[in-house]
Design a binder for this molecule. Sequence first.
Ligand code: SAH
Length: 396
Amino acid sequence: MTASIYLVKGRDKSLRRRHPWVFSRGIQRVEGKPELGDTVDVFDHKGEWLARGAYSPQSQIRVRVWSFEQNDTIDTAFFIKRLNAAQGLRDILAERDGLTGYRLIAAESDGLPGITIDRYQDFLVCQLLSAGAEAQKDNLIEALKTCYPECSIYERSDVSVRKKEGLKPRTGVLHGETPPPVVTIEENGIKIHVDIVGGHKTGFYLDQRDSRQAAIKYVKGKRVLNCFCYTGGFGLYALKGGADKVINVDVSQPALDTARQNAEINGLPVENAEFVNADVFKLLREYRERGELFDVVIMDPPKFAESKAQLVGACRGYKDINMLAMQILKPGGTLLTYSCSGLMDSNLFQKIVADAALDAKRDVQFIERFSQAADHPLDSAYPEGFYLKGFACYVK
Ligand code: SAH
């Protein structure tokens, strides 16, 4: 029998606004003995049915809501319904931006808490991040097989957040073929080699696509420094946009090797690019000491804050690299800077960049704002889905 969760009086408001989380402190009592990932019904303190979700006894987020429709059973048909709804938006974006790689399911933002699915050609790459997602794995796989009979399914649940839900990391084939070492996708007319099995996350940073495209207008004839380049990313767009010189920097040699290949397969002028294996923090200090200057600096670091406890340290890290970036910009240069730490909101990030400007002794104006690409939508009921922000700054 489905267990029932009764909320503390007054704790029903967020669910009524269709926010998909129930926190442990909002629960008055649990009827039944739900286990990790089991489907439970959630009621207000008077016993009115509110939602159906997945139970996670070890997590502060005790229930993640699958559905606000009482008639929904959480089965294969439910997942098919969610996949079809998500596909609608992706069809529009795939057509608009020429995509053969995109985020098909962005977890809570697509009504499937704890589940992300990226599509690279005919490979679907899943990350199951919550107890509920793990418990529904078979239903999800069946639904994916039904909706995408042409696709193979691979799991990349090798992420630390699973620990909070009492789950171990896991990777491997869920259906069909093992992904080859290189799957080539396309976005905005640019081809990109993706390593699904060995790459970062599910293989590629799809979320920066719109910002990469926006970067094109700042680079023509410029000397560009692309920090944290991964497999080329912004650097490929910079070459396409007619940059004079693009210096790509990363600590991962496999990523740098792929970055060079990506420039080659697009017929971009590789002779105008350098691929430097270095720690950005150190290299920027060296550039500053040597007096090397750039017209454009792109700063797209990995997530510095994984938890609230790390936020203060993360702020220092962001301030440091943005200060260094400003100090190696020519007067009138452009800084394109990003933060993918969800815990740092846009205002805080703006403040950090402002502090960096003070320390760098440069006058800085914000001239454009960026956010995650459109296949990582922000659901109106779930503002936490906004995690990636950025600014174009005019550095005087
Ligand atoms: N801009 C990229 C995504 C960047 S992801 C894109 O558009 O696809 C962050 C990258 O930073 C990773 O490739 C990681 O290898 C690299 N990295 C992490 N710490 C680093 C450091 N200290 N110095 C240089 N690169 C680093």
